[in-house]
Design a protein around this ligand. Structure first.
Ligand SMILES: N[C@@H]1[C@@H](O)[C@H](O)[C@@H](COP(=O)(O)O)O[C@@H]1O
Length: 251
């Protein structure tokens, strides 16, 4: 695991976008694993800007998103399908049939999880997975305690996660209680993983992540066992990481 320290949110977003553009240019048929949340907004804005200026094509790319709330349809402004369409997909040339997000309205959610897992392998597996990190160490919606062997599955969201995400809804009651998420084993199969973190609200979890042994109590800690993971984080997010730890993870 390597750490790249950047100044601030803007620089993180720009550099993360460059990383994705590079991936798409070296392999126009890339499978990109994508994430949502506040962390990713600047990255998508930078990708849209690049598309306007340089027409980087996504015609042959497949995207697979980490997760989706159960009970929200794609037209609901808080669904992750809506988020992806309105921040990214609608502004680039990717065919919508190549943008994959779990169906939060599926009648049989277990079958939907299995379909999603099989689809990821059928499109060739994830070349580059972008992940954010929850303040409790979750990746995707894999909350603390999730098995490292988990594949795509239904989760009950931790109250702390619902609270953290309530800022996007008009009240916490409206935040869904369940979601479908890629599992930890699904994420770990990606060839390359880029974890983005920005701001002081991520400082505690980042220092815990770097200090801790690999433990299900901090789901993101499993990333330490993957051979191609980079954390790109800004100064505020890295503020509590010791000099010693920075040296361990220096590139
Ligand atoms: N399911 C998402 C995660 O994929 C995201 O990475 C994380 C951090 O969100 P934010 O970037 O808004 O801090 O929490 C959400 O609950």
């Amino acid at each position: 695991m390597k750490i790249i320290e950047v100044r601030d949110y803007k620089e993180m977003s720009q550099k993360a976008a460059e990383w994705i553009i590079h991936q798409v240019r070296i392999n126009p048929h890339s499978v990109l694993g994508l994430a949502t949340g506040g962390t990713m907004l600047g990255t998508y804005a930078a990708l849209v800007e690049d598309y306007r200026n340089h027409q980087t094509t996504y015609r042959h790319v497949h995207t697979v998103n980490l997760d989706e709330y159960i009970g929200l349809d794609g037209d609901h402004p808080n669904s992750y399908r809506y988020y992806m369409n309105h921040h990214f997909f609608h502004f680039i040339d990717i065919p919508s049939s190549q943008t994959h997000i779990p169906n939060g309205l599926a009648e049989d959610v277990e079958a939907e999880c299995q379909r999603y897992e099989e689809m990821i392998q059928a499109v060739g597996g994830i070349d580059l997975q972008i992940v954010g990190i929850g303040q409790n160490g979750h990746i995707g919606f894999n909350e603390p305690g999730t098995s490292f062997d988990s594949t795509t599955h239904v989760v009950r969201l931790a109250e702390s996660t619902r609270k953290a995400n309530a800022r996007f809804f008009s009240s916490i009651e409206e935040v869904p209680t369940h979601a479908i998420t890629m599992g930890i084993a699904t994420i770990m199969k990606s060839k390359q993983i880029l974890l983005l973190a920005s701001g002081e609200e991520k400082a505690t979890i980042l220092s815990q992540l770097l200090e801790t042994e690999v433990t299900p109590a901090i789901p993101a800690s499993i990333l330490k066992t993957h051979d191609n993971v980079t954390i790109m984080a800004d100064q505020k997010a890295l503020a509590l990481v010791s000099e010693e730890q920075r040296k361990v993870y220096a590139q």
